[in-house]
Design a protein around this ligand. Structure first.
Ligand code: PMT
Length: 313
C-alpha cells in the first residue's frame, strides 16, 4: 500500500533551493501569462531514490532525458514558453546535439607563430549554426526556464510548485510529464545517515510505493490545464490497456504510450477517442529525425482544440 500524497509531502523536506525555484517559476509564468503565451511544463529524465541521507548510493532508472530535451525544442519553435524541469545532468535542449565528444570533433586548432586559435570546422558549421541560432533566440526571448531535480521527492516538490503558478494560466497551460518517475521509495526514517558499511553485511532494503501524483495534479492542482502523461512498458501486451486505464483513472487528456526498446521510433498517442500511432521509418531513424517533432505537432493540435473548447485564446 502507498501512503497518501499529503503524507508524502509531510514526511519529505523541500529541496534546499526550493524558494529560489518557486520565485523563478512565479516570475516566468506571470511574465508569459501577461504576454498571452501558452506555457508548457516539460518534465524530463529519471528520479533517484537515495539509500543514505549523506547520499553515496541511490536507486536510479534508465531515462537519458532525450524525450524531454528534444520536445522542449519543438515547443519553443512553436512559440510556447517552456519550463524545462529536468534531472540534473540529463540531456538538455540544444546542448543535447553536442553531447560527449561531438562538440570537440567539430573544432580544429590553428597555430600560427605565437597565435593559437580554435575554429569550427567548415563542414560542422552547417550542423552548429541552426542549433546555436535557435538556442540564442530562445534565451534572448527568456522563453525557457531550467529547473533541476535529482531525487523523487525534489521532483514532486518542484512539480507541485510549478502547478501552483501554472493553475493561473487555466487551459493555456500544458503539462507534458515525460520524466521517468520512481514508483518506489524508502521512507526517511529507514535510511541511514551515513554511507552503508559492507562490514555490516548485505543490507535488506524495503521499498514503499510512491503515491501517484497524477491524481491530485489533475483534480486539484491544475484542474483546467491540458495534462499529458507518458506510459512506459516492456511488455507490448500491457502497453495500450495500461495507458487507457490511466486515462480512465486520472481523467486527464492524453497518454503517450511507449516501449522501452523502441521509444525513440514509435509511440502511441492515446486519447479517449483513439489510439494514434506515430512511427519513424528506417530512413528517418538513420537520418537522425526526432520522433518528438511529430509528437509535439500532434500535442499542440490537441492543446489548441482544448483551449478553444474552454473559450480561451
Ligand atoms: O528520457 P528518455 O531516455 O528519452 O526516455 C523517455 C521516456 C521513456 C522516459 C518517456 O517517454 C516516458 O515514457 N516517461 C514516463 C515513464 C514513466 O514513468 O512511466 P510510468 O508508467 O512509471 O508512469 C506513468 C505516469 O505516471 C508518468 O507520466 C508519471 O509522471 C506519473 N507518475 C509516476 C509515478 C508517480 N509516483 N506518480 C506519477 O504521477
Amino acid at each position: 500500500m502507498s501512503g497518501s500524497w499529503e503524507e508524502f509531502f509531510a514526511t519529505h523536506l523541500p529541496p534546499t533551493d526550493f524558494e529560489d525555484n518557486r520565485s523563478l517559476l512565479k516570475e516566468f509564468c506571470e511574465r508569459h501569462d501577461r504576454q498571452g503565451h501558452k506555457i508548457v511544463l516539460v518534465t524530463s529524465g529519471g528520479t533517484t531514490v537515495p539509500l543514505e541521507h549523506n547520499t553515496v548510493r541511490f536507486v536510479d532508472n534508465f531515462s537519458a532525458g532525450k524525450r524531454g530535451a528534444a520536445s522542449a525544442e519543438y515547443f519553443l519553435e512553436q512559440g510556447y514558453a517552456v519550463i524545462f524541469m529536468h534531472r540534473q545532468k540529463s540531456l538538455e535542449p540544444f546542448t543535447r546535439h553536442f553531447n560527449g565528444p561531438k562538440l570537440l570533433d567539430m573544432l580544429e586548432i590553428q597555430e600560427q607563430a605565437n597565435n593559437t586559435t580554435i575554429r569550427v570546422k567548415q563542414d560542422s558549421v552547417f550542423a552548429l549554426a541552426p542549433v546555436l541560432s535557435r538556442y540564442q533566440a530562445a534565451h534572448a526571448a527568456g522563453a525557457i526556464l531550467h529547473i533541476a531535480f535529482t531525487t523523487v521527492s525534489e521532483y514532486f516538490w518542484l512539480l507541485r510548485a510549478a502547478c501552483e503558478v501554472l493553475a493561473k494560466s487555466g487551459p493555456r497551460a500544458l503539462l507534458y510529464l515525460a520524466a521517468a518517475v520512481s514508483d518506489f521509495y524508502i521512507p526517511k526514517d529507514s535510511i541511514p545517515t551515513h554511507k552503508m558499511q559492507s562490514e555490516s553485511g548485505a543490507p535488506v532494503i524495503h521499498l514503499h510505493l510512491v503515491p501517484k501524483m497524477l491524481a491530485p495534479l489533475v483534480n486539484l492542482w491544475v484542474p483546467n490545464a491540458f495534462v499529458i502523461s507518458f506510459k512506459l512498458e516492456t511488455d507490448e501486451n500491457l502497453l495500450i490497456p495500461k495507458a487507457r486505464a490511466a486515462l480512465e483513472k486520472y481523467k486527464h487528456k492524453v497518454v503517450i504510450a511507449n516501449m522501452l526498446q523502441t521509444r525513440h521510433q514509435r509511440v502511441v498517442v492515446v486519447t479517449k477517442e483513439a489510439n494514434q500511432e506515430i512511427v519513424l521509418t528506417r530512413e528517418e531513424v538513420h537520418a537522425g529525425v526526432d520522433i518528438e517533432a511529430p509528437i509535439v505537432e500532434e500535442i499542440i493540435r490537441l492543446h489548441g482544440a482544448h483551449v478553444t473548447s474552454r473559450g480561451a485564446r
